[in-house]
Design a protein around this ligand. Structure first.
Ligand code: HAM
Length: 418
């Protein structure tokens, strides 16, 4: 027996209601904030990701699904959604449109990670990007939109963490100071952190191992090294967030796992869980478009992990709208009734009424059981008597009440009772 590959999951019919609910809310939110949908391919030139996410990141060094196609091109399954959006923005000349350009996506993401609850090798993200706006109001709007997304789903008990990791002007000084601090605290650090000191010092702050966590807590803070521009920007973002009454907390250990970020970074987490289970995260990436060959273009965005949202909807016992009204079940007995049932099913469906026919030559009792199991509220019965009189008997499965009518009248009858 084959199984779904490790770290992937089937989304079964009974789960679909959660997914549709999340997608519907996401799309409605994007309309409110003026975002347009962009779908990009599931794979891209691998270099797009190495350049933008960063050579030293876990995603690039350990998690990308990179492969050579039959023409020798080195491609990678999309390990995140921001770089493809920026690539498409440049490729389609959106840099010549009025700015900012606001785009959103619902997309599969692939990362070769160690699977655990809420962490998969294929997951879905809802993400949005506002490209071409340097103003701190853009940061506040994107953060508010992310927050509103979870609120619109009915999720509560969420934390909003905020930080500024500076820009290419002020970050080098901060990195030096981090390296100095960590070099003096190297003994006791986990092996990953030891290599990060040189390769990716910012990520040192993110380690969850108890000893490393304590060292990170006392580490120099990026906000202490911001240049004037970054500091003014960060203060303005906080002022706007306060104005919007968003309950954020500045967290100097929040650094994010992708190298393209500048200035504002933020994450939304459910109460009582670590960063492993962030519902979503994002930030500013003012250098990325230029890095990919465009003009200097500021941008900010966010993405949420849909599986984690589903997990939290279930944990918080949030009920989602049911996807469909149950179909009318057509029970039939005998060969002639079978023909009538085929015609009736077709007529009802053309009339926009969902209908399912009983299977084969089962007894009426067994067909009614089948109707019950699919949750049909109404069963249309065609037996010998009905064939003779050219009628159908409609049974209300809740009350047991029955009505007889010609097949052509059934559609109207069902529309009335619905
Ligand atoms: P990210 O934090 O790597 O950011 O991923 C965004 C969200 O995707 C996470 O907060 C989490 O909910 C979910 N996620 C990540 N990895 C997994 C996984 N293995 N299994 C399940 N869910 C996962 C980005 O990808 C950035 N592109 C976000 C962004 C958009 N920044 C600016 N614009």
């Amino acid at each position: 027996m084959y199984k779904a590959p490790r770290g992937t999951a089937d989304i079964l019919p009974e789960e679909q209601g959660y997914w549709r609910f999340i997608e519907d809310r996401a799309i409605a939110l994007c309309r409110l904030y003026g975002y347009q949908r962009l779908d990009t391919p599931a794979f891209e030139d691998a270099q797009l990701f190495t350049r933008s996410i960063g050579e030293g990141t876990d995603i690039v060094t350990k998690e990308m699904y990179t492969f050579k196609d039959r023409s020798g091109n080195i491609l990678a399954l999309r390990p995140e959604g921001t770089a493809p959006v920026c690539r498409a923005y440049l490729e389609h000349g959106m840099d010549n449109s009025p700015q900012p350009v606001k785009l959103y996506y619902l997309a599969t993401i692939f990362r070769y990670e160690r699977p655990q609850a809420g962490r998969y090798r294929q997951h879905y993200q809802f993400g949005f990007e506002a490209i071409g706006d340097a103003d701190p109001t853009a940061d506040a709007e994107v953060i508010e939109m992310a927050w509103q997304f979870f609120k619109s789903l009915g999720l509560g008990s969420l934390y909003l963490y905020l930080n500024s990791i500076g820009c290419k002007v002020c970050r080098p000084k901060y990195m030096e100071s981090l390296k100095r601090y960590y070099s003096a605290h190297v003994s006791g650090l986990c092996s990953d952190c030891k290599t990060r000191i040189e390769k990716n010092p910012l990520r040192l702050l993110d380690c969850k191992k108890p000893f490393c966590y304590d060292v990170a807590e006392a580490a120099p803070k990026s906000t202490g090294y911001l240049c004037q521009e970054c500091e003014t920007h960060f203060e303005a973002v906080q002022t706007y967030l306060n104005t919007l009454k968003l309950p954020f907390e500045v967290n100097h250990r929040l650094v994010r796992g992708l190298d393209y970020y500048t200035k504002t970074v933020f994450e939304i987490q459910p109460l009582g869980e670590g960063a492993q289970s962030a519902l979503g995260g994002g930030g500013r990436y003012d250098d990325l478009i230029e890095e990919l060959g465009g003009r200097p273009t500021p941008a900010i965005g966010f993405a949420a992990g849909m599986e984690r949202v589903v997990l939290n909807l279930k944990r918080q016992k949030i009920t989602v709208p049911s996807l469909t009204t149950p179909p009318v079940f057509i029970a039939h007995l005998g060969n002639e009734a079978n023909l009538e049932a085929v015609k009736l099913a077709s007529t009802l469906r053309k009339d926009g009424i969902a209908a399912i026919m009983g299977t084969g030559d089962r007894s009426l009792k067994s067909q009614l059981r089948q109707a019950n199991s699919i949750g049909s509220n109404y069963v249309a019965i065609i037996g010998e008597d009905e064939v003779k009189s050219g009628t159908v008997t409609l049974r209300n499965m809740m009350s047991g009440e029955q009505k007889t009518a010609p097949p052509a009248a059934l559609g109207d009858l069902l529309k009335k009772v619905d």
